[in-house]
Design a protein around this ligand. Structure first.
Ligand SMILES: Cc1ncc(COP(=O)(O)O)c(C=O)c1O
Length: 412
């Protein structure tokens, strides 16, 4: 155990601190080399990276709490929301920018809770999600004191519509589907689920934190994409993270609604204190302006043609990974993914041990209960062959598993 840090009695030299930070940072995961499969969405383009870094530096000290003091930030925020809502198929004034997928999901659950209370007289609302829904829904249910009913998914890894229907009750405020879900990369049957909710006057959320900035391009490439956005009857809110396949740095997601009336359940106004009127659109108070500017720059720098080019690269690279894994004896992809992430496992091999050998060779594979998880970024195009040859070796030459737990996130 190292000693807990203390505030130094005398401030330290800036150059010395930077050197120390560089040394420490050097011990962190090397995502730039293509050996990390989640956490960072690696475009592998220095011009893109430099641009968003420069933009981040320019806005690092600015506070988006009061957008009216920052007309440039306000306009960029409105632009990002308008570009995102346009992509998702709703009105430009029916969305907001949050710090990430979890905050977007919190907002959608809070809107559903308050909508159920104020419009339907439900004192104790319930949310119904498939078992593959991101833990952010369970977390929102806990923090917002909403009951959470989890429905086991079908054999194909997708939400089970009959079981979901059976789980919907008088107090259901929100039904959820993912496009796609994190564990398997499959899209839930959003059309059926959302229609079921709509027929009963219940709100429906599509969690497109992963797919929101990729599936639209996937569809334009001619890939079969099951409907998931506002074109689907009954979808009332969508989360779509710009800091994932929108390719900006962390701190930017969009939560969008079918109309502004729903969004307004999110807004907070308060003047019952001596500090003047306080208003905010999301759960944050002080907000860094950097992610807003970064998101704006990333979207404008890439444009439709840039996103299409990267989507094609991600699609083709995902296929190369899938084909390669299919050809390695003993390994199988758990569920054919609808996008660029998936789980692979084995009925004969110890996947924990396979993961250990991959770790030893410098790959950082996330463990799940059913195997190992891959999430493909554009840059992975340059590491497919190395990865597959190490994986083939690991499948054929591994000992006992070191017992590395299946973890996602952490607490310090
Ligand atoms: C499907 C899905 N929803 C929500 C989230 C939560 O996003 P964040 O980690 O940005 O809060 C994730 C994160 O990976 C996700 O994959």
């Amino acid at each position: 155990m190292t000693e807990p840090a203390r505030i130094p009695e005398h401030g330290r030299d800036a150059a010395e601190l930077l050197a120390e930070i560089d040394r420490r940072h050097g011990e962190d995961i090397d995502w730039r080399g293509g050996r990390a499969f989640s956490l960072v969405y690696n475009v592998g383009d220095h011009v893109h990276e430099d641009l968003i870094e420069q933009v981040g530096v320019r806005y690092l000290h600015d506070n988006a709490l009061n957008p009216f003091k920052y007309p440039s930030v306000l306009q960029m925020e409105l632009d990002v929301i308008a570009m995102a809502t346009g992509l998702l198929g709703t009105a430009p004034d029916a969305g907001s920018l949050t710090s990430g997928g979890t905050e977007s999901i919190f907002m959608a659950v809070q809107v559903a809770r308050d909508h159920a209370r104020s419009m339907r007289g439900i004192a104790e609302p319930v949310i119904v999600t498939p078992s593959t829904a991101h833990p952010a829904f369970a977390k929102a249910a806990k923090y917002l004191d909403v009951e959470h009913v989890k429905v086991p998914v079908g054999a194909d890894g997708r939400a089970d519509t009959a079981a979901t229907e059976a789980a919907i009750g008088e107090r259901t405020a929100l039904v959820v589907g993912s496009a796609p879900c994190y564990p398997y990369g499959v899209i839930d049957p959003i059309e059926e689920l959302a229609a079921m909710a709509d027929d009963r006057g219940i709100l429906f959320h599509t969690d497109a934190c992963l797919g929101g900035w990729l599936l639209p391009w996937w569809e334009r490439l001619g890939e079969p994409v099951a409907p998931w956005d506002f074109r689907v009857r009954g979808v009332t809110s969508i989360s779509a993270d710009v800091h994932k396949y929108g390719y900006t740095f962390k701190g930017a997601s969009v939560v969008a609604y079918r109309n502004r009336e729903l969004l307004q359940h999110q807004f907070f106004w308060y003047d019952d204190w001596p500090g003047g009127l306080y208003a905010s659109g999301t759960s944050a108070g002080t907000r860094s302006a950097a992610p807003i500017a970064g998101a704006w720059a990333a979207i404008n720098h890439l444009g439709v043609d840039g996103y299409m080019r990267l989507a094609e690269q991600v699609r083709d690279t995902t296929r190369r990974f899938l084909d390669g894994i299919d050809s390695i004896p003993g390994l199988e992809v758990s569920h054919r993914p609808d996008m660029s992430l998936f789980e692979f496992g084995s009925s004969t091999l110890d996947m924990g041990a396979v993961g250990d050998v991959m770790d030893d060779r410098g790959w950082n594979l996330d463990r799940q209960q059913g195997g190992l998880h891959l999430m493909i970024s554009p840059y992975h195009a340059s590491v497919v062959e190395d990865f597959l040859s190490d994986l083939e070796f690991a499948a054929a030459n591994h000992g006992e598993s070191r017992g590395v737990q299946a973890t996602y996130g952490g607490v310090v």
